[in-house]
Design a protein around this ligand. Structure first.
Ligand code: BES
Ligand code: MN
Ligand code: ZN
Length: 515
């Protein structure tokens, strides 16, 4: 047997660790921005023209009116119109009919950042425009969120980036100075959460020759040090001793051995009581193993770590936002390879909770590493709820496409909370049933269960499998994010052909909603 050394990370391109803000956000009185700033005016379709008229000097008002009359600018969500009025540069941005819709607001923010980039000072002064005064605070906050998400690019492997990253200044104008403190506090949190989502996208975009279980462990250690998280790692030897048969079997075929990374956010002010546990699948590359995948599109299986990256993003966000909640994030990580040491179809393995699994398909690997992580976190942390995020099945892509993630849960209240948080964050969830009648799909003649049954109800088989590893009485939910974890094309404020960061904003919203 040859011994292979794992990869030396010091020779790798830098993977920056602490998520950084891409833009600078400020607020102040009208007219305080840079003199070359572009003026951004958000307009919604039901705009009260009287109010709008009061806000602006006559020239701008006339120009907006002319645009409207000619139907050049309809204020539909995503519409932008650049005008030059005397020597002022103005961008009108449409908010659509529903000016409270977070997706519309984020989109408008992304377009405002784009307008800033086009201006000579990289600065935009964003004014209230037709937004009712009582809504302006929330509008501005979510425009900042969208600006941060919309500014993200991933070009560090290009010698000639198509569009160099420029740091933009977005200045929000408030007539009422008493709103400034509230705005500054809210924007601080929302852009940190967005930058954590960008960080999750950044990690997920990296290729599998750079991010593997070994390097991911180092990145998490460094992240923890920088933002005050506790990081514990169960390495391959320890996992073997703990009899984590799922994690160890899946990762055995790679020279970069599997690990279980635990990132803990425990603020001193946290309410006592059990933590919230999050578990994220981080298969840094999924060849399918001996049950190998077809060649076409296999490179996209670098995104099989997206659940884990989202959970790392949540840990970073929780720390940067200093959320007053104890959150335990578990990231089982492995590389599913074809190799002489790889696990085989036909193997029977014993899991951490001592149940046995008859491996019928080495490509159904995600559930095996998640199962050990779920039973580990239940046993050692007694969480009030467990939520796992995983790119688990192609079946969920077939069923729900790129719009909704699949949600399965053993608890209705938890499911409802997650669906609500998803709606608020514009990261949508659709629930699938976990009826016990599906359990027979996993029956095995030789072991407690198979890891993959026949063709029926694949996403639900995944959920039913994982449920076997949740301690009885613990509310648990499974988010199958295979369809939403990376985008094939641009979506409003997210650039496509790359990881979406799905889950970070949703889970932060969820944690906040639990009080
Ligand atoms: N990582 C894949 C699921 C996946 C598919 C993610 C497409 C993103 C896009 C997972 O490990 C897998 O291979 N699932 C198999 C399971 C099957 C063998 C039971 C699937 O869904 O085909
Ligand atoms: Mn697989
Ligand atoms: Zn996979």
């Amino acid at each position: 047997m040859t011994t292979r050394k794992s990869i030396d990370v010091s020779s790798m391109p830098s993977v920056f660790v602490l998520p950084q803000l891409l833009n600078i956000y400020s607020a102040g009185r009208l007219g305080m921005a840079h003199k070359n700033a572009i003026t951004v005016i958000p307009v919604h379709q039901a705009a009260d023209r009287g109010a709008l008229k009061k806000e602006f000097d006559a020239e701008i008002w006339d120009a907006i009116e002319a645009q409207r009359k000619d139907h050049v600018f309809t204020a539909a969500a995503g519409a932008t119109r650049h005008l030059r009025i005397n020597d002022r540069r103005v961008a009108l941005i449409g908010l659509g009919a529903d000016s409270a819709d977070r997706s519309n607001l984020c989109w408008a923010g992304a377009l405002a950042a784009q307008a800033a980039r086009d201006s000579s000072s990289s600065t935009a002064e964003i004014v209230r425009g037709s937004i009712p005064a009582s809504d302006w605070l929330q509008t501005a906050v979510h425009m900042a969120e969208g600006a941060e998400l919309g500014s993200f690019t991933f070009q560090q492997y290009k010698n000639n980036p198509d569009s160099p990253q420029t740091r933009k200044r977005l200045h929000f104008a408030f007539a009422d100075e008493s709103h400034l403190t509230t705005f500054n506090r809210a924007v601080h949190d929302v852009v940190r959460c967005a930058s954590a989502a960008n960080f999750a996208r950044h990690l997920a975009n990296h290729p599998p020759n750079v991010i593997n279980p070994t390097t991911l462990t180092q990145i998490c250690r460094q992240l923890a040090k920088q933002c005050g998280l506790r990081c514990t790692v169960i390495n391959f030897e320890q996992a073997t001793r703990l009899s984590m048969g799922g994690l160890c079997s899946v990762g055995r075929g790679s020279p970069n051995k599997p690990a279980m990374i635990i990132l803990e956010h425990k603020p001193s002010s946290s309410r006592s009581g059990p933590p919230i546990a999050l578990v994220g699948k981080a298969v840094t590359f999924d060849t399918g193993g001996i049950s190998i995948k077809p060649a076409a599109g296999m490179g996209r299986m670098k995104y099989d770590k997206c659940g884990g990256m989202a959970v790392i993003g949540v840990a970073a966000a929780a720390a940067m936002m200093n959320l007053p909640r104890h959150v335990v994030c578990v990231i089982p990580t492995a590389e599913n390879m074809v190799d002489g040491e790889a696990y085989r179809p036909g193997d029977i393995i014993r899991m951490y909770n001592s149940k046995t699994v008859d491996v019928t398909n080495t490509d159904a690997e995600g559930r095996l590493i998640l199962a050990d992580a779920i039973s580990y976190v239940c046993k050692h942390y007694h969480p009030s709820a467990v939520v796992d995020l995983a790119t688990l099945t192609g079946g969920v892509v077939t069923a729900l496409g790129g719009v909704y993630a699949g949600l399965m849960a053993n608890d209705d209240a938890l499911a409802e909370q997650l669906i609500g948080a998803g709606r608020a964050a514009d990261e949508l969830l659709w629930r699938l049933p976990l009826n016990p009648r599906y359990r027979k799909l996993l029956d095995s003649p030789h072991a407690d269960m198979v890891n993959s049954g026949d063709r029926e109800a694949h996403p639900i088989q995944g959920g039913i499998f994982l449920q076997e590893f949740v301690t009885a009485g613990t509310p648990w939910a499974h988010l199958d994010i295979a369809g939403v974890s990376y985008l094939k094309e641009d979506y409003r404020y997210l650039k496509g052909l790359q990881a979406s960061g799905f889950g970070v904003r949703l889970i932060i919203e969820f944690i906040k909603s639990r009080g």
